[in-house]
Design a protein around this ligand. Sequence first.
Ligand code: HEM
Length: 525
Amino acid sequence: MDDKRTTSQEGDFLTTAQGARLRDSDHSLKAGERGPTLLQDHHLREKITHFDHERIPERVVHARGAGAHGVFEGYGTATPLTHAAFLGKGVQTPVFTRFSTVLGSRGSADTVRDTRGFATKFYTAEGTFDLVGNNMPVFFIQDGIKFPDIIHAGKPHPDREIPQAQSAHDTFWDFVSLQTEAQHHTIWNMSDRGIPRSYRMMEGFGVHTFRLTNAEGETSLVKFHWKPLLGVHSLTWEEAQLLGGLDPDFHRRDLADAIEAGAFPQWELGVQVFEDNPEQMFAGIDLLDPTKLVPEELAEVQPIGRLTLDANPSNYFAETEQVAFHPGHLPPGIDVTDDPLLAARLFSYLDTQLTRLAGPNFSQLPINQPHAPVNDMFRDGFHQHRVHEGVAPYQENSLDGGCPFFAGAEDRAFEEAAVTIAESTKVRANPATFEDHFSQARLFWLSMSALERQHIIRAYSFELGKCLDPSVKERQLQCLANIDPELCSEVATALGLDAPAPSEELADVEPSPALSQLGESWPTT
Ligand code: HEM
């Protein structure tokens, strides 16, 4: 059976999809030269039908992207933390990385102000690992149940389908000023991080805290970071706007051109490491709250390997469009935590891909095939490409040989870390440690240079200037007052509004003392 992954679509003659040679593919079969066209023209119907079905649904978010193949090499420095074999010293693992914007459709412009996706599929010998991250270290919401809400608020308006950037901005600002946990991610968006110069010059973050297990069974908590060797660089807002019109493909062109020219982009993968304590807190920061980061001053990023992107896809659809990432694709030695945002993601990706990639067999597509041997007992379903043999697709069985499933730890099987779950009562509520929504946004503002602050002020002023509803602008100004009075008053002046005083009601929780001290130690420029 022919299982070739690529085909050049070349040959001495054209055929139907069934391999019958064709004499003519330019004229439909007609009753006489002037028609009518005959329904019996199978070739006409097959050609048009296939064309009619060339498109698949775009991703519900992150629809626009660009991808590249590459290699990841482990430094071995993570071995004390995890037994994941691909992180071993000198181990080379093939990868595919897809960068994306979040909100725009597949045909939207690259240089808009938005968060960027940074998703990497490591085809490890122990099963696929997907690190499905963003270029910002925090997320808008703390609980995945709000994901449809933030995306509905940020996507183009449902009446005219005009994106936020060119029309009214009310829904986005309405949401983030009501759900104030979103203020931290929003100030990152309003900073130069929201308009990267190049995919090659972006940091990447796993955002959530993950749990590693080493060969001795000891666990630690980590946050993943990608550091670009080219450094982090942004466009100016003027450049971003001009490029949106002049070259909407600016980022995907830049990535492909660099790789084609042999200027392979590289990133170092690193981890911030925290003790796996029962509270899952570090320096007063709740590690399960995805709207919080841990400043590198408090926990340095330890390099564990290097990614090099060295080959462009040869077929955008087959690779960049059909690749299917999932935060639950984890090799032995890496596990999830109980971050409530991550919990929803663990459900969402497979669920959406069942529609986007039409059925349950998309892991058989070349770009999604693991490089580790697969023996999953799954059968049948739409687009099944395997001809499974044997009569007993279940485990254990005594008829088809079966396999020694639970043979022991030496098999390096995936095993969930044995975490104790505290006795508790079912609730729909957040822990009190999730209630501080402003201190990290303030810390971000304080860490900026004078020029970077100017850019942030201009970005808020521009974006809020597009809001039509005055109450939305006023509520967001109230949030800015609680981040920093100077930021608030500058934006209020630009909008021609009065700057409110910080609200007691919003400043409801004591921030981490370690963070407050950090902010005080920075110069106010
Ligand atoms: C793509 C859901 C949060 C990063 C997607 C897709 C869905 C989704 C449905 C489209 C997947 C596909 O069609 O293949 C969610 C939900 C979230 C969430 C429900 C929260 C509850 C996040 C967060 C990050 C993130 C926090 C970053 C840490 C990405 C990336 C992609 C993506 C990078 C694009 C993957 C690609 O290039 O194909 N997300 N997401 N998402 N998401 Fe999320």
